[in-house]
Write a protein that binds this ligand. Structure first.
Ligand SMILES: [Mg+2]
Length: 466
């Protein structure tokens, strides 16, 4: 029996597990070829697919070894592991992805929104779970793109989160870092919510800290009231919390945030607060006090484009290191979450398509005809200099989204019992700065698990590892 695609209605949230109902378009997007599932659940190329798929072998031999022209981006939770347990298909899949010397036969990057440990720690965990050697240059944590934002590295930054945040900040390039605890000790009169943490005796501030010049939010902290208070103090005093709040100071200090996930799935039956919930609190407190919107200099972690730029850079670097001469033109992003993995991959694909279009006036005209818009795509000079000054431009021209059913995406729950019922979007759990767009949560492919995903990609790319 042919399986239904979630092309009309889907329930999902940032974790994919909440009661969010999103209306997806009934019709597939006309300007993007889509894949459908065969009766075995294996995707088949739909009619109208454009051109010939990029081939991993055709004309790509160097001596006798095949050179891939594609790279793989793996989400971790729900794709390779559930909690601490590996998903059965994962280990088998990775045996296929490495050769007898333990080298990957295609460029592989692991992209996770986790952020409470160093890349090396995550690489070690993955090596242990998957049974293949993985190094930290293959791991993108939610904070990893910070290493591209070099213009902030010499500034004095206040960091918020839990775990080894000072080590993580230094590891990504920051040289002058202050923690919330350091700030609290220097300014003991600021943290007053918990009566037990108030100073017992009259006290003065001991100012031995430099002025804060930027704020970096790594992840959800432990004592939310303390972090919310001190971050607001720093923003409203322009980095000098001994001063008086100046709510009309504009613009406020640069604010960089990693991981926008509103909630996440742990062992409990319902999702738990994630860093996105903390950001909602901070944004709303700031707005309530000042009447203005809190602005982010950068937002990182899926579905942010910045994270995919960094992942693409790592894929390109691996190909260079292996002396694969042919450019990596196609990325496949494999994930279990519509709102992060699929949305992010499709958003990045849109960026790549627009880059191609900018270089090709005919394609711009074609895109305008398809979308019915006379507006042109942004010029190269409008691109985000935050990262482009640090990375060479991408070689990839497309990013395909592959949804697996081993994690938070629930195929049966996401297909409406009554397909004629029109359910409007009721709640959007994505970040404030990311609009919900039904087209962005449509996967290019849906497969059962990571093994099927890799088989499909190899087949599509006509790639035979040796
Ligand atoms: Mg996941």
């Amino acid at each position: 029996m042919q399986q239904k695609r979630p092309s009309s209605t889907s329930s999902c949230d940032v974790t994919g597990a909440g009661p969010v109902t999103l209306q997806l378009r009934n019709n597939l997007r006309k300007n993007k070829p889509r894949e459908q599932l065969s009766h075995r659940g294996r995707p088949v190329i739909s009619k109208g697919d454009e051109g010939t798929p990029t081939c991993g072998l055709s004309g790509t031999h160097s001596f006798t070894k095949p050179q891939p022209r594609f790279g793989l981006l793996f989400d971790i939770d729900g794709v390779l592991v559930r909690g601490r347990m590996p998903i059965p298909a994962a280990k088998k899949t990775f045996e296929k992805l490495v050769n007898s010397q333990g080298q990957f036969v295609v460029p592989v990057v692991f992209v996770t929104n986790a952020g409470n440990c160093l890349r090396q720690t995550k690489a070690d965990q993955l090596s242990h779970i998957l049974g293949v050697p993985i190094n930290q240059e293959q791991v993108v944590m939610s904070h990893s793109p910070l290493r591209m934002l070099k213009k902030f590295h010499d500034k004095c930054v206040l960091v918020s989160g839990q775990g080894p945040v000072l080590d993580i900040a230094k590891n990504v390039g920051f040289k002058n870092v202050i923690s919330i605890d350091m700030l609290r000790e220097s300014y003991p009169l600021l943290d007053m919510v918990d009566h037990n943490r108030r100073p017992k005796l009259p006290t003065n501030s001991v100012i031995n800290l430099p002025k804060v010049e930027a704020v970096v939010l790594f992840g959800e902290p432990i004592r939310w009231e303390t972090n919310l208070q001190l971050i607001i103090d720093v923003l409203l005093t322009h980095g000098n919390p001994s001063g008086i709040h100046q709510s009309q100071v504009t613009p406020h200090l640069p604010l960089l945030a990693c991981n926008m996930d509103l909630m996440w799935m742990a062992e409990a039956n319902s999702p738990r607060f994630g860093h996105g919930t903390f950001l909602v609190c901070l944004e709303n407190i700031f707005k309530k006090i000042t009447g203005r919107e809190l602005k982010y200099e950068a937002l990182m972690g899926k579905p942010s484009e910045l994270t995919y730029h960094f992942a693409e850079f790592l894929i390109r670097s691996q190909a260079l290191e292996r002396e694969w001469k042919l450019p990596i033109t196609t990325l496949y992003a494999i994930g279990d979450n519509l709102m992060t993995d699929i949305y992010g991959a499709n958003l990045y694909n849109r960026y790549l398509e627009e880059r191609v279009a900018r270089k090709n006036p005919k394609a711009v005209a074609k895109m305008a005809a398809v979308t019915g818009s006379a507006a042109t795509v942004p010029g190269e000079e409008e691109s985000d200099s935050l990262w482009e000054s640090e990375l060479a431009l991408p070689s990839a021209t497309s990013c395909k989204s592959v949804l697996v059913c081993t994690g938070v995406y629930n195929h049966s729950a996401d297909v409406p019992s009554d397909p004629h019922r029109c359910i409007k979007e009721t709640v959007f759990h994505g970040h404030r700065d990311f609009r919900f767009e039904p087209a962005l949560v449509e996967p290019d492919y849906i497969v059962q698990d990571v093994a099927e995903a890799v088989d499909l990609i190899f087949e599509h790319e006509k790639f035979v590892p040796q």
